[in-house]
Design a protein around this ligand. Structure first.
Ligand code: GTB
Length: 215
């Protein structure tokens, strides 16, 4: 059955691969599943046809036969559960890899998202100068904890897993801020993720859609 995901017709990040379809593309590339992409405009995302797939009018979505999913975490988990390559066979190791997926999305990503909100959406507000350092401190606190846990390991818990896919994807959103540079083991961890052939294929596929027009 064909897998179809949705992605931005044109991502606001201009091809940096930061929109969440890249996470789903990466997971599908890791497990070797072919997929099709339906591109949607911001306008179309808020129309009934897309809202039937995604109640919040966002991307990505995932469709395969009768299965229709939204939420990147749920989609990547679904892919990882059904195809070998992203979750260990051992039940305990599998549970720990899933734990890292949740940790990426619900413990590490929220302050990183706050930084984007503080800088971009609320950058012109009078409280921004006071708020930014607080948000940056919250991020540094999480990065310090994560850095200590990773230590000199390649991946968070043994072999590369969906937990690493999600954590690397979350940390990538910090690259432009320069904050990762203070944690060399995390910067190297992210670079290891980006060096994976499956990540490169996912990145190139979204770049083909989003690269700025020539000239
Ligand atoms: N919790 C949901 C999930 O994990 O799937 C969040 C999905 C989400 O935020 N989707 C965004 C979206 O559809 C795209 S990825 N936004 C349109 C809308 O809400 O109207 C978020 C995103 C957008 C832009 C950049 N960027 O430009 O760097 C990065 C990430």
């Amino acid at each position: 059955m064909t897998i179809t995901i949705t992605a931005f017709e044109r991502s606001p990040d201009g091809g940096k691969g930061l929109a969440r379809d890249t996470r789903v593309r990466w997971a599908l590339e890791e497990v070797g599943q072919p997929y099709e992409v339906r591109l949607v405009s911001f306008k179309a995302m808020k129309e009934p046809a897309h809202l039937a797939l995604h109640p919040f009018g966002q991307i990505p979505t995932y469709q395969e036969g009768e299965t229709g999913l939204f939420e990147t975490g749920a989609i990547v988990f679904h892919i990882a559960e059904r195809h070998a390559g992203l979750l260990p066979g051992n039940a305990n190791a599998r549970a720990r890899a899933i734990t890292w997926m949740f940790a990426a999305l619900s413990t590490v990503e929220p302050p990183i998202l706050e930084l984007g909100t503080a800088r971009i959406l609320e950058g012109d507000k009078p409280w921004t100068a006071q708020r930014l350092p607080l948000v940056q401190d919250r991020i540094r606190s999480r990065l310090g904890q994560l850095s200590r846990r990773l230590g000199d390991a390649d991946w968070l818990d043994g072999a590369f897993s969906a937990g690493d896919l999600m954590m690397v994807s979350v940390l990538l959103r910090l690259r432009a801020s320069g904050m990762l540079d203070d944690y060399p083991n995390l910067a190297a961890y992210v670079a290891r993720g980006e060096a994976r052939p499956a990540y490169k294929r996912a990145f190139d596929a979204q770049w083909a859609v989003n690269k700025p027009p020539a000239g």
